[in-house]
Design a protein around this ligand. Structure first.
Ligand code: NAP
Ligand code: MG
Length: 502
């Protein structure tokens, strides 16, 4: 089969490329705002607690491979201590009035905003994502989740009228590395608002903002044991979900680990919600505002280096505008600035880890082998750190691995369709069902398509927009349960039912 690799993209004019000498010198004023300790302990029962094993794991800056800090590796006994602390705190926390719990959540939200800059810098350093995104998206949205759920804490009876909503107990929460602070907020805010207590396990490679959030809990005076954070690796997550003291497990991560967790909790009477992977279809019709659609497609796949579960990774373009649209897209890709994550002009930062970079490279090589045509933006990428240029495959068919598997990187696969029926068929021809996007001028068509797309979120003439009031979650192998909005809170309460309101 013919192999097409179009690296020196002629469309990307030199002046549009990111170029020059690449230097990594974070501005001193930004790092000053974000002191990082050499070592962090576990946050259990309101105390910074050493792990029983005495073992620690390094976390690095993926843009430079520089070690940032060491975090404790929690084993079974540490996890047990955290669950016991959460169990001990539960009766008093659930007994507080909703208004009282709201006060703590409002305080947490306000402190997060006061310390926004520090959180944005820390997240950028630990994760590799651009400061523009942590500043404008991750941190404000995390605070929004605490504000939003604070608003519901004393109104749960109105939300579930006559159903006497009760908290479940101790919730075990496991989150991934792609939105470390935001995922912590998505998990902790609704659980606490509903009167539960939690044990959260952040990802091994991005634990620092969840640990700093514990400082915010202390500052807000949150009672000890209401929120506990145990760092570690996959073994720590496995120990947590196995723990018999949990009433519910809430997991965000890969479909593979999600299935393992489903097996681990089966038959134990433990509630479970799973937010897993995705392979979103992003549809562009010939009548769409194409220049706006280009911006949406770029945001859809290159936001957060494509490390986004709901990334618009499968672009389906109507055949009549395919060539024109791809041409516009290639020009626009040439203007994406890949570079130092702490530089506020950077559009795309570092790939999060060596392992993720290897996965992206493997799938891109598979795409080339299978005969798709690769277009890559020419960038001067530094020798140190983990980097991958904005990439797009054209000539992709549904059977290609790059059309079926989640790449979780800045790689777009472009396919075509002729009719709306064919678009729906192709969009749904995936084992995932997390999100989708539709660009068209016709409102009736949007409604027709949205009703037929098997996706938890369907964006119209926009993409990758999030709001605490809007439920988020998947179908099929993208998981089950919703986070955010009223539906998200439903997963954190038991409804007794049977009573009429008042
Ligand atoms: P992952 O490998 O599944 O890890 C997710 C979390 O689970 C991490 O904290 C991980 O710990 C932990 N873990 C690993 N093995 C475990 C086990 N056997 N039992 C319990 N916990 C375990 O996923 P990832 O690579 O971090 O994240 C990328 C994936 O997350 C992608 O597939 C993406 O689509 C998905 N995601 C989904 C959503 C959504 O809302 N649907 C949002 C974001 C990401 P360590 O990291 O310490 O190993
Ligand atoms: Mg890191």
């Amino acid at each position: 089969m013919a192999k097409h690799v179009d690296k020196a993209d002629p469309v990307a004019a030199p002046e549009l490329r990111f170029g020059g000498v690449w230097q990594y010198e974070p501005a001193p004023e930004t790092t000053d705002h974000c002191a990082i300790a050499a070592r962090y302990q576990l946050y259990i029962g309101g105390q910074w607690t050493k792990p029983r094993s005495g073992e620690y794991l390094a976390t690095i800056d993926p843009a430079t491979e520089r070690p940032l800090s060491e975090v404790a590796l929690a084993g079974d006994r540490d996890v047990d201590a955290a669950v016991k602390a959460a169990q001990k705190a539960f009766p008093a926390w659930r007994a507080r009035s909703g208004e009282d719990r709201a006060r703590y959540l409002f305080r947490i939200a306000r402190i997060l905003l006061e310390r926004a800059r520090e959180f944005a810098v820390l997240e950028t350093l630990d994760n590799g994502k651009p400061i523009k995104e942590t500043r404008d998206v991750d941190v404000p949205l995390a605070a929004q989740h605490f504000f939003y759920h604070a608003g519901w804490a004393d109104k749960l009876d109105l939300l579930f009228p006559g159903q006497r909503p009760q908290p479940l107990g101790v919730i075990g929460q496991v989150i991934p590395w792609n939105f470390p602070l935001l995922m912590a907020a998505w998990k902790i805010a609704p659980a606490l608002a509903a009167g539960n207590t939690v044990v959260l396990k952040p990802a091994e490679t991005s634990p620092l903002t969840a640990l700093r959030l514990c400082e915010v809990f202390e500052q807000a005076g949150l009672p000890p044991g209401v929120a506990n954070v145990v760092t570690g690796d996959g073994r720590t997550g496995a120990a947590l979900v196995r723990h018999p003291g949990l009433a519910k497990v809430a997991f965000t991560g890969s479909t593979e680990v999600g299935k393992e967790i489903q097996r681990a909790v089966a038959g134990r009477g433990v509630e479970l919600t799973l937010e897993l992977g995705g392979k979103a279809a992003h549809l562009v019709f010939e009548d769409a505002a194409l220049d706006q659609a280009v911006e949406g497609v770029v945001r859809g796949i290159f936001f957060n280096q494509g490390h986004v579960c709901c990334a618009g990774s499968r672009l389906l373009v109507q055949e009549s505008v395919h060539d024109l649209f791809v041409d516009k897209l290639r020009r626009r890709m040439g203007r994406i600035r890949v570079g130092p994550p702490l530089d506020k002009n950077t559009d795309m930062g570092a790939i999060h880890s060596q392992a993720q970079l290897a996965r992206i490279r493997e799938l891109v090589a598979a795409g080339v082998d299978e005969g798709a045509r690769l277009h890559q933006t020419a960038c001067d990428l530094p020798a140190k750190g983990f980097w991958f240029p904005p990439s797009m495959f054209t000539g992709v068919s549904m059977s290609h691995r790059i059309a079926r598997e989640e790449i979780f990187g800045p790689v777009l696969s472009v396919l075509t369709f002729r009719t709306p029926e064919e678009a729906v068929e192709k969009a749904n021809n995936t084992s995932y069902g997390l999100s989708a996007g539709i660009w068209t001028d016709k409102g009736a068509r949007v409604l027709w398509l949205a009703a037929r797309m098997q996706a938890g979120v369907v964006w119209n003439n926009t993409f990758n927009r999030f709001d605490a009031a809007s439920p988020f979650g998947g179908y099929k192998e993208s998981g089950f349960g919703r986070e955010g909005g009223r539906q998200g809170l439903r997963a954190y309460v038991r409804l007794a039912g049977g009573l009429s309101p008042g």
